[in-house]
Design a protein around this ligand. Structure first.
Ligand code: NAD
Length: 489
């Protein structure tokens, strides 16, 4: 057991830690060495019922507080997170296998999200307007939804908590979070901080556990007004169906198969830097990872050689100077290895990597070597399926039009990037690519608290997280009609 990690990771209901009603647990493993870090409460519908009761009790009085008051609590939580950022980062690093420096960067982004949302307490603007009838004004006002279910992935655990928890609480909802079973302790320390910051009991609750056992009862509950989900498109489809059955509001932030284009007029050094970062940082476990790299024919050979050379030189491990660490669990690693084997059986070439890392530094850890594949058809399964790991595919195209159509040849449409020296090409690409986020001469990843983030096609259902756009996810607009002088109408 690691002294920096809780031995038992509990649910949080009414600001109190509690084990699962069944008394069952599941083990949480360290991705860096395969050892058990601790055990977490294995919840089911009984725990969800208990959390719903707490949320129902808290809902009304929290929703009736002013936006300023709720914003003040969000600020206190964010500042308390800042005071405890080393504790949070230590847990994030242990749970995910990312370096302490990366975990700290992620924690700071999560704190910024809290501060951004807290500032909305002093804005939270609606609109006022006239109407076709005289002596009548219409006001719009944001209203809480009630109870929000927040279901999240593990890849950036504290950012994923913050991206949903802050706007949901700020908008006046009582929330129940179901974190990933791979990162239970990050969500638990957030609950502890919320309690210590003075958040009233029942406003933010946590249910640990597995998707079908602990997530499904939340999605299916008629008491839940909003299901806000971040995860794979496969799970998203199951959740959308279940929540759609009872016409609940559903926000989906799903996967990506993001294309990064390197044109013949790109700065090769900058393009190489961003391909490495987009494809391999966070061990490729980003919805916004560049899992497809499309290179113009004219520069293909030279760009490929420099990229392979630099990929071979990437440092792998959990230290602050390592470029990437392990993936989140053994099953995920095995799935990736199987996908690579199948791609090779179908004619793909492994240009670099393609295997589990071996050697004493990696013993029993879930390390996938950074991998680049070539000779892959645009319609091949591996070109279409999100792998969510340090694996990317190199494609060769003859011109801009072919690059755009290859980038758009995907059911997913989360992010994209183009490297070019031409403003004309850059802007035309930004217009034509089917993605929710486009970056010119940078990486495919990178979101900030004040910027809306989300995808088109099967990467989402039209909502945007973060930014002011997040407030639309977590609140409803009410239109208030005022007839000022009924006698004159
Ligand atoms: P996942 O879909 O397997 O799981 C996500 C969450 O859903 C987990 O908490 C899981 O326990 C829960 N879950 C699973 N089945 C469920 C069910 N039937 N009912 C309710 N909950 C259920 O995804 P993952 O492997 O944990 O995360 C990786 C995925 O997340 C990738 O596809 C990645 O692109 C995506 N992601 C998207 C964004 C974004 O903003 N678009 C951000 C991060 C990750």
């Amino acid at each position: 057991m690691n002294p920096a990690f809780p031995k038992e990771i509990l649910n949080w209901i009414n600001n109190e830690p509690c084990p699962a009603e069944s008394g069952e647990w599941f083990d949480k493993y360290n991705p860096a060495n395969g050892k058990v870090l601790g055990r977490a409460a294995r919840s089911n519908c009984l725990d969800v019922k208990k959390a719903l009761e707490a949320a129902l009790m808290a809902c009304q009085s929290w929703g009736e507080k002013t936006a300023v008051a709720r914003g003040d609590v969000m600020r206190t939580i964010a500042l308390d997170m800042s005071n405890r950022k080393d504790d949070i980062a230590r847990i994030v690093a242990l749970e995910t296998g990312k370096s302490k420096a990366d975990a700290l960067g992620e924690t700071e982004a999560a704190i910024e999200m809290g501060l951004f949302v807290a500032g909305e307490g002093r804005r939270n603007y609606g609109r006022s307007t006239t109407a076709t009838t005289a002596h009548r004004t219409v006001l719009t006002k944001r209203m809480p939804l009630g109870i929000a279910a927040l279901i999240i992935a593990s890849n950036t655990p504290i950012a994923n908590v913050a991206w949903k928890a802050f706007p949901s609480m700020f908008c006046g909802n009582a929330s129940i979070m179901k974190p990933s079973e791979d990162t239970p302790a990050t969500a638990a320390i957030f609950c502890e901080i919320c309690r210590d910051a003075g958040l009233p009991p029942g406003v933010f609750n946590l249910i640990q556990g597995l998707g079908r056992e602990a997530g499904s009862p939340l999605v299916e509950s008629p008491d839940v007004a909003l299901v806000s989900f971040t995860g794979s498109s496969e799970t998203g489809r199951i959740i959308q169906k279940a929540a759609g059955e009872r016409l609940a509001k559903v926000c989906m932030e799903l996967g990506g198969k993001n294309a990064l284009i390197v044109c013949d007029d790109a700065d090769p050094v900058n393009a190489e830097k961003w391909v490495l970062s987009s494809a391999f940082s966070n061990a490729g476990q980003r919805c916004a990872a560049a899992s497809r790299v499309i290179v113009f024919d004219k520069i293909y050979e030279t760009f490929r050689e420099r990229l392979l050379r630099s990929t071979r030189g990437l440092k792998i491990g959990v230290g602050n100077h390592d470029f990437l660490g392990p993936v989140i669990n053994l099953k995920h690693l095995k799935n990736m290895l199987t996908s690579v084997d199948q791609a090779v059986a179908n004619g793909a070439s492994i240009l670099v990597g393609g295997h589990r890392m071996d050697g004493p530094d990696y013993a029993d850890g879930y390390y996938m070597a950074p991998t680049i594949l070539g000779n892959v058809d645009a319609d091949a399964e591996i070109s279409q399926k999100e792998l969510f790991g340090p694996i990317t595919i190199l494609y060769r195209v003859s011109d801009f039009d072919e690059a755009v159509s290859l980038a758009n040849n995907s059911k997913l449409g989360l992010t994209s990037s183009i490297h070019t020296g031409s403003i004309h090409r850059a802007m035309e690409y930004a217009e034509r690519v089917e993605a929710g986020v486009v970056v010119i001469n940078g990486g495919t990843h990178g979101s900030e608290p004040h910027m809306g983030f989300g995808g088109v096609k099967n990467s989402g259902t039209g909502w945007r997280e973060a930014g002011l756009e997040a407030m639309d996810v977590y609140s409803d607009w009410k239109y208030i009609n005022i007839i000022h002088d009924p006698g004159k109408v």
